[in-house]
Write a protein that binds this ligand. Structure first.
Ligand code: ADP
Ligand code: MG
Length: 328
């Protein structure tokens, strides 16, 4: 389901960028790699390119400047500005350069070879994320979001299609992409009515109430649910039903999908899927949540307990066998 912007003002957009905008032909410096495009949204298409002089691979995001008869160059400049602001954060995709043609802006981005985490979320259970993977990736996502929130940026479109992986097997690190709906939140101005993707949208968006960093935290709760279970907690048969499920917080924690999950994982989701934005956990709170606490590193010769592994391990009773654990 594509994201859409219902209404947009000039509120919350950054307008200053440092990256020089090149007007020479993009194809002079990059050649298209064979294969299918990496992704496509309503107004953008992302394709794999190789830089001619270095042989390095990049993802080029081609963004139309005119959308529905409106000039959207300022929105694109904002997206570039947010990427620049997040350069210091390892969990946000890197921007290399920017080109402009009469109809498009081209963002040359670091290539995330592992694709969207979406693929693993919906995969068969044996291909899907293990609970330990979800924890590691969720920590990275939260560190990325904490960085943005510290800088008063809300992403507003967090979903498995906008979280990419540096590699897929072995499972790499995450990269947050797509700042097309992101906004700067300030205490002076209230921001409302930016619409994300139905399944991941917070109740305050549906109720036309102010948007804040807590709006992203709702989506993190949905994301955790999807990564852990492979099912979308509020998804209905149509948009109306999905919206109704969200506004009624119609989510059950006793479903069969949740079987085998740690209680702390369920507590984590419950701390985010709360109607009142001000009661939701912040990104910093989440990083301190017991579910995401790193197990204490094991010392040489130390026994491994189930608790230390954070997952169920069956040990043969009283065989005196040594269990090898990885220490980080
Ligand atoms: P849109 O605003 O159209 O959703 P995105 O920035 O989300 O644009 O890009 C669309 C899709 O393209 C992503 O969901 C992802 O699958 C792919 N994509 C985007 N950036 C990259 C990248 N740097 N590396 C690899 N794939 C990417
Ligand atoms: Mg996207």
């Amino acid at each position: 389901e594509p994201s859409c912007i219902v209404g947009q003002g000039r509120l919350g957009l950054l307008s200053e960028i440092q990256t020089p905008v090149k007007t020479e032909p993009f194809s002079e410096h990059y050649s298209l790699m064979p294969g299918k495009e990496l992704g496509r949204g309503k107004f953008a298409v992302v394709k794999k390119y190789v830089e001619k002089c270095t042989g390095k691979v990049y993802a080029a995001k081609f963004m139309r400047k005119r959308r529905k008869g409106q000039d959207c160059r300022l929105e694109i400049i904002h997206e570039i500005a947010v990427l620049e602001l997040a350069t210091a954060c390892p969990w946000v995709i890197n921007l290399r350069e920017v080109y402009e043609t009469p109809s498009e802006m081209i963002l040359v981005l670091e290539y995330a070879a592992g694709g969207e985490i979406f693929n693993q979320c919906v995969a068969e259970r044996d291909e899907a994320f293990k609970q330990e993977d979800v924890k590691r990736l969720m920590r990275q996502i939260l560190e990325g979001i904490a960085f943005l929130h510290k800088n008063n940026v809300v992403h507003l479109d967090l979903k498995p299609q906008n979280i990419l992986l540096t590699s897929d097997s072995p499972l790499g690190d995450i990269k947050i992409v797509d700042f097309g709906l992101s906004r700067v939140v300030s205490h002076k101005q209230e921001l409302r009515e930016i619409m994300g993707t139905p399944e991941y949208v917070a109740p305050e968006i549906l109720n036309y109430e102010p948007i804040s960093t807590a709006t992203d935290m709702w989506s993190i709760g949905v994301l955790a649910y999807v990564m852990l279970t492979g099912t979308s907690p509020f998804l209905g048969d149509d948009k109306q039903e999905t919206f109704l499920n969200i506004s009624q917080i119609n989510v059950s924690y006793s479903e069969q999908e949740l079987e085998g999950l740690e209680q702390t994982a369920i507590d984590f989701m419950k701390s985010l899927l709360i109607k009142e934005p001000e009661l939701r956990a912040t990104a910093e709170d989440c990083l301190r949540h017991p579910w995401l606490e790193k197990p204490a590193p094991l010392r040489e010769g130390e026994d491994i307990s189930n608790a230390a592994l954070g997952q169920t391990v069956s040990l043969p009773p009283n065989t005196g066998d040594q269990v090898q654990g990885e220490s980080e």
